[in-house]
Design a protein around this ligand. Structure first.
Ligand code: GLU
Length: 411
């Protein structure tokens, strides 16, 4: 089964639970628009290479499409469509005036020079320029893209339109209209959501332990902010391997080590473990913050955490969901748990439209309020309909989307 069909399994359960109108369900099942582009780049060795990129706009029901751009060798049309669909639902759950979109380029960026990366980035924007913009579709960072790449995108798009265009993209550096608090925002959201779950289970943060899979932007900030909240981080990982310390890590120090060596592996005082060991660790919270399809029908039974907080998009497959649910594990689904990133992207966009900027405290406070509200809405839907948190999150998203579709006369 392809990933998009798999992603729609919990959506279908939500549709059946609330008896959604078939017309509304049919609209949500497909992206509004998807563009595939060929991107020629002159490489440093004088050759020309043609890359493939995509931008999918799943929905503009609640507002302009919104979502990141991923650079990865495994990017595919199906993956981009799926990620765009998740953005629609994520924005609706978070209560944002946005639809959902996602972009991607099939490339391993570590194989490019900085000049090649910039050329690829600018050429991608040239190709998708006709369908993006502040009121149409607003890109952002995702896997392997960052504030520097957003800066090049913003510059290129501003050249195309002939105007300063900070509001067309989020996740920018502060000096070109970025928002304070954006870099840590996705991790902060994961932590806020997990702390709400701990509260429900009457567990104090100081009594909780955590294992974080992935040490990119989301994983590293999730670990740091859990640490700040008093949670003991006993296991960390990246693409090269996983590490364990029963006494806990200081993720700020691990990050400094990663900046120097490029990996968490061989961190002083740590024990090397496998990725499978990390996922099966006896911890209070397991936070998969790496990639899709990590907790599957094969390994879900080994999960011993009380709570799974999904920092990544789509880390758990539907068959794994069933197993985790039977084991009584609370899964805080991606479209709720990692919505903190796009929430602060929304704040960045608002600040760009007003050309008036907020303090970091204000950003964090507003984000925390919105995340807690989203968590509460999803938890209440789970209780009301007697479904797991993922199906509940889709119910919350669908209710908002269906109401807007109805009033817009779409069904
Ligand atoms: N790429 C992030 C996500 O998957 C952030 C998207 C955004 O800020 O628009 O949620």
């Amino acid at each position: 089964m392809n990933i998009f069909e798999m992603a729609k399994i919990p959506l279908q359960k939500a549709i059946e639970t609330i008896n959604l109108d078939p017309g509304a369900a049919a609209i949500i099942a497909v992206p509004e628009r998807t563009l595939e582009v060929s991107i020629p780049v002159k490489m440093d060795d004088g050759s020309t290479k043609v890359f493939t990129g995509y931008r999918s706009q799943h929905s503009s029901i609640l507002g302009p499409a919104k979502g990141g751009v991923r650079y990865h060798q495994n990017v595919s049309l199906d993956e981009v469509k799926t990620l765009a669909f998740w953005m629609t639902c994520k924005c609706a759950v978070a209560g944002l005036p946005y639809g959902g979109g996602k972009g991607g380029i099939i490339v391993d960026p570590s194989t490019l020079s900085k000049r090649e990366l910039e050329a690829l980035t600018r050429a991608y924007i040239d190709k998708i320029a006709p369908i993006i913009g502040e009121k149409r579709d607003i890109p952002a960072p995702d896997m392997n893209t960052n504030a520097q790449i957003m800066g090049w995108m913003m510059d290129e798009y501003s050249k195309i339109t002939g105007q300063f265009e900070p509001g067309f993209i989020t996740g920018k550096a502060i000096c070109v209209g970025g928002s304070l608090g954006r870099t840590a925002a996705t991790g902060r959201g994961v932590v806020v959501a997990a702390l709400e779950a701990l509260k429900l289970k009457n567990i104090a943060p100081a009594d909780a332990t955590c294992a974080v899979q992935g040490f990119g932007n989301v994983g590293s900030w999730t670990a740091k902010l859990f640490y700040d909240a008093g949670v003991k981080i006993v296991a960390l990982s990246d693409v090269n391997g996983a590490i364990y310390n029963k006494d806990g890590f200081n993720p700020y120090e691990v990050d400094a080590f990663v900046q120097k060596t490029g990996s968490v592996v061989n961190y002083p005082g740590s024990e090397a473990i496998s990725n499978a060991d990390l996922l099966a660790m006896e911890v209070t919270v397991l936070a998969p913050c790496a990639m899709e399809l990590q907790i599957t029908g094969e390994n879900a039974d080994a999960v011993k955490a009380l709570i799974v907080a999904e920092g990544a998009n789509g880390p758990t497959t539907p068959d794994a969901d069933e197993i985790l649910d039977k084991k009584g594990i609370m899964v805080i689904p991606d479209i709720l748990a990692n919505g903190g990133g796009v929430t602060v992207s929304y704040f960045e966009w608002v600040q760009n439209l007003y050309r008036y900027f907020w303090s970091e405290e204000e950003v964090i406070e507003k984000q925390t309020v919105m995340m807690r509200t989203a968590f509460k809405n999803v938890y209440e839907a789970a209780q009301k309909y007697n479904v797991d948190m993922r199906v509940a999150a889709y119910i919350v998203a669908l209710s908002t989307l269906a109401e807007a579709m109805k009033i817009r006369g779409m069904y």
